[in-house]
Write a protein that binds this ligand. Structure first.
Ligand SMILES: [Zn+2]
Length: 286
């Protein structure tokens, strides 16, 4: 096996675009610093709503294939080369929004057996041996079934890997401190008249918003803000970008955060009041 870099980061996401929106700056920063960054995406987002009218004909499998190309383009912007689909392409499909009949499709990720899906992720962990795993909180950040399931699968895979004697040293959930989001939305409201967007989202539309005290770790990705915006722009079926803001298909403007925040939920916290590095305190072993 080829030798991997000393620092190895694994991110688990539900659909193409989630990685760039949540962790784009973090991924670009660690890739630029020479860490090995692995993204595992659980579905191709076949049920996503398409924004550009000229691409509106894309649905189902055709949309999934298109989004796979968008993902590849986004990862090129972030400098991330190790991108995988959980269980291989097409293994799990998008479950759609909570409460829709789509959730009952036997092939959808929401219907997946958690242990079976986690076994696919354990294989990746065994191969890459990441010290750091990043995923969503138990609500998936905002309640989407695929995000909740991605959380369950990631946490179960971490547990199984630990039981097998190959633990991931640190597990993080994506977070954003409420005061940071409030401030960013205040700026957005001031800027809105000059933007190509008409309405702003609400603070609680941002996934993972929590009280400041829950945030253990801040990753300053401001040097990689342009890469993050470019990666988001690559997901054109899902995201429209007007830096430093963006909209999803609901057309409600949100800030693009270049500093990204995390809550350490497994493993030992690094020194200092708040970590500024996901690998803080991790012994670098290969
Ligand atoms: Zn998603």
């Amino acid at each position: 096996m080829t030798e991997l870099p000393d620092r190895r980061l694994l991110l688990v996401h539900a659909h193409p675009d989630d990685e760039s929106i949540n962790n784009g700056a973090t991924m670009a920063r660690y890739a630029a610093e020479g860490a090995h960054v692995t993204l595992v995406t659980c579905t191709l987002g076949e049920r996503g709503e398409v924004i550009p009218p000229e691409l509106a004909h894309l649905t189902g499998a055709a949309l999934g294939q298109y989004r796979r190309q968008e993902l590849a383009a986004a990862m090129a912007e972030l400098g991330v080369r190790d991108v995988r689909l959980l269980g291989g392409a097409g293994r799990y499909s998008d479950s759609g929004m909570m409460g829709l009949p789509d959730n009952d499709d036997p092939g959808c990720f929401w219907q997946a057996d958690v242990d079976e899906a986690a076994a696919h992720l354990v294989e990746v962990i065994r191969e890459v041996r990441p010290q750091v795993l990043v995923t969503y909180d138990d609500d998936g950040g905002y309640g989407h079934p695929d995000h909740i399931q991605a959380h369950r699968v990631a946490m179960r895979a971490a547990e199984l890997s630990a039981e097998a004697g190959a633990p991931v040293a640190k597990v993080y959930w994506n977070r954003v401190p409420r005061p940071v989001v409030e401030e960013a939305f205040a700026r957005l409201h001031d800027d809105l008249p000059g933007l190509p967007f008409t309405k702003a989202a609400a603070v609680d539309d941002v996934p993972g918003v929590v009280a400041e005290e829950r945030v253990t770790t801040v990753v300053d990705g401001t040097a990689h803000a342009a890469a993050k915006a470019a990666a988001m722009r690559a997901h054109a079926t899902q995201v429209t970008v007007a830096e430093p803001y963006f909209v999803l298909s609901n057309e409600l403007a949100q800030p693009i955060l270049a500093t990204e925040y995390y809550e350490l939920v497994r493993g030992e916290r690094g020194p200092g009041e708040r970590e500024t590095d996901l690998f803080a305190g991790v012994e670098e072993t290969s």
